[in-house]
Design a protein. Structure first.
Length: 392
């Protein structure tokens, strides 16, 4: 572990969770250091800390992160506004890395936490600042997200599969109160009320979205607790092959199932246990590591068909299409139909895998099959250059 930078207590903590992403981590960090957030913090005499949590890496991801941190702490125009740290964690688990960052590694003084994957590119220079400002200006909101952009949207010539993938992205944009685990900003006091059980199987976004969106299962769904910042976006590598799309959709179906089962269980806990959810979930896992697995097994015994995994499986994609403006429905119909068909197939596969007890290793392993964004660092979306925050 290496540590560089000033010792001023940070106002914001940024956690980058990475595993075997030696091609992507460099461009990802360079896009981070181009953010105007660092300049704005400097203006306000505030600081942030940037922690790269390399978990279970078998490549040079930690070393490359250290090299990038060393460069930026020596030459960045606002280097006094941040401190950096690389942590090489042996355990291969995004969930464990999340829990470590939120509950042990991030500064207790930090009021806002950013969670970021190590294989994305932050595209708009004001992205992080706008996400942070959105939470400051919306005291009732708990999480701020940005706009995820598929890399294929930058291509001039697109295949029919890529066009359908982009059209379904526009359909997904109509859903409010959604997060992507790739990048979000969360109030520190809210994050520290959460704990991610290991049997979530790497599907943290569905759980966090469900808990925060229902005020820790104490109230009705409130999508306004999760807001999307304007002029904020990041680039990620899209799934285009049939196998990749099916695997990703199956992973999401498993995540929705686990989140649904867990939220239903939490609803029946005493209010004091729900209000201190982090301690409740941690104690449950320590006393019985398979407690969540048992809940899921019980749910599966009562689910005879795949459309009973979680509510409204047959309609979950169709509802998205209904939210699109009428004049767009014709152009989006092929994408909507294919997406609905893929969802049903993925849910059927998820049902089979869950019935067979394949929940934990399958979803974690599936992430390793996704190509890295390393080559995207050469594209015009995030060109190689010395970091110069906007309006510097």
């Amino acid at each position: 572990m290496t540590s560089t930078g000033p010792t001023t207590k940070p106002h914001i903590s940024i956690g980058i969770i990475a595993r075997n992403q030696e091609k992507a981590i460099g461009p990802a960090l360079r896009s981070l250091f181009q953010q105007s957030l660092l300049k704005e913090l400097s203006r306000s005499n505030l600081t942030c800390e940037i922690l790269c949590l390399a978990n279970g890496c078998a490549d040079r991801t930690p070393a490359i992160a250290e090299e990038e941190f060393a460069k930026e702490t020596s030459r960045h125009p606002f280097r006094h506004a941040f401190q950096c740290q690389t942590l090489d964690i042996n355990e291969r688990s995004k969930l464990s890395a999340w829990n470590l960052f939120v509950h042990k590694l991030s500064a207790r003084e930090s009021q806002f936490l950013f969670l970021m994957d190590g294989d994305i590119l932050i595209r708009h220079p004001q992205t992080l600042w706008n996400m942070y400002s959105t939470l400051v200006e919306n005291p009732n909101a708990s999480i701020a997200t940005d706009q995820p952009i598929k890399d294929i949207s930058l291509k001039e010539l697109k295949s029919w599969r890529e066009r359908i993938a982009l059209a379904t992205s526009e359909m997904a944009d109509t859903i409010q109160g959604k997060i992507t685990g790739q990048l979000y900003c969360i109030r520190a006091d809210v994050a520290r009320q959460l704990y991610l059980p290991q049997d979530l199987a790497g599907l943290d976004d569905s759980f966090i979205e469900s808990v925060v969106g229902t005020d820790f299962s104490t109230g009705r769904p409130a999508p306004n607790r999760i807001v999307t910042a304007e002029n904020a976006s990041h680039l990620f590598e899209a799934y285009t092959s049939v196998a990749e799309v099916l695997n990703n959709q199956e992973r999401q179906a498993i995540g929705k199932t686990i989140a649904y089962v867990l939220i239903e269980h939490l609803k029946h806990l005493p209010r004091e246990q729900r209000s201190d959810l982090a301690r409740t979930l941690r104690e449950k896992e320590q006393s019985d590591p398979r407690w969540l697995r048992r809940l899921i097994d019980e749910h599966l015994r009562n689910a005879r068909f795949f459309w009973q995994l979680f509510p409204s499986v047959p309609r979950c994609r169709a509802r998205r299409g209904c939210r699109i403006l009428t004049f767009k429905k014709a152009t989006h119909f092929p994408a909507a139909f294919v997406r609905l068909l893929v969802t049903w197939i993925a849910c059927a596969r998820a049902f089979r895998h869950l019935k067979e007890g394949q929940m934990h290793g399958w979803t974690e392993a599936s992430r390793d099959k996704i190509p890295s964004l390393g080559l995207l660092g050469e594209k015009s979306a995030c060109p190689k250059r010395q970091p110069q925050p906007a309006n510097s």
